[in-house]
Design a protein around this ligand. Structure first.
Ligand SMILES: [Zn+2]
Ligand SMILES: [Zn+2]
Length: 242
């Protein structure tokens, strides 16, 4: 009997050693980022819920509307909403921001201040596109290039990518090699540039000079449609292919 106990304890010890040394259990590993895409509004905008697996703290990226769907995703994963972060202030991305911030008592970070005119125009945007009335808001923090945004123990880098809107930012998590790019680039296309203060050449420069250097293996969640990676877009996206 004693022998059996000793063998068992030896195995436990071995397992402990294996766990301690394995990358997934090393306490010095960075927290892991997980995400769920929640399509919202009539424009099927890819709102993303991203969270830190260590703390279960979450951020909602681009709550365009359909807040009940977003809240359901938070609940499903037992997450605590920590903040709202915005890529840009078009109605389908930012329309639900004021309500969600108020209801959940969380701060709003982003976009870049150059999108303030879009935030101020949210009520008119909602009328124009037949959306429920969207209220304006003042972000608790405007973002600039190279800023960092935290979610639980995760840190995302802010990359200012004007062109679709002047204050558009991209959020990049280096450990996961995941970028949340809003309407800068899509799988096979790029953002529109025919809105006020949009600019085609600026958008192309943002993509090539700011996003490509992150690496071909970077996956991205676009504001609309399926995910892709920068390497595939450099090959197949007619707007920005090498
Ligand atoms: Zn947009
Ligand atoms: Zn959009």
């Amino acid at each position: 009997m004693l022998n059996l106990v000793l063998i068992f304890m030896k195995q436990v010890k071995l397992l402990e050693c294996l766990c301690y040394n394995s990358s997934s259990f090393n306490s010095e590993d960075p927290a892991v980022l997980k995400y769920e895409i929640v399509p919202v509004t009539a424009f099927e905008q890819n709102c993303s819920v991203i969270w830190c697996t260590e703390t279960k703290k979450a951020a909602v990226v681009d709550p365009g509307g359909d807040l009940e769907k977003i809240k359901l995703a938070l609940k499903k994963h037992s997450l605590t909403l920590e903040k709202i972060i915005l890529t840009h202030a078009h109605i389908d991305h930012a329309g639900g921001t004021a309500d969600l911030a108020e209801q959940s008592k969380v701060p709003i970070e982003g976009p870049h201040k150059d999108d303030k005119f879009w935030i101020d125009g949210l009520p008119q945007q909602s009328q124009m596109f037949g959306f429920p009335l969207a209220r304006t808001f003042t972000p608790d923090r405007w973002l600039v290039d190279a800023d960092e945004v935290t979610v639980g123990n995760l840190t995302l880098k802010v990359i200012h990518c004007p062109g679709h809107t002047p204050g558009h930012v991209v959020f990049y998590h280096a450990d996961t090699k995941l970028a949340i790019v809003g309407d800068v680039i899509f799988n096979g296309s790029i953002g529109r540039t025919d809105f006020p203060k949009g600019d085609y050449n600026t958008l192309i420069a943002s993509i090539k000079n700011k996003l490509w250097p992150l690496g071909n293996d970077v996956m991205f969640i676009p504001g609309h449609g399926p995910m892709s990676n920068f390497g595939d877009e450099r090959k197949f996206n007619a707007f920005v292919a090498d």
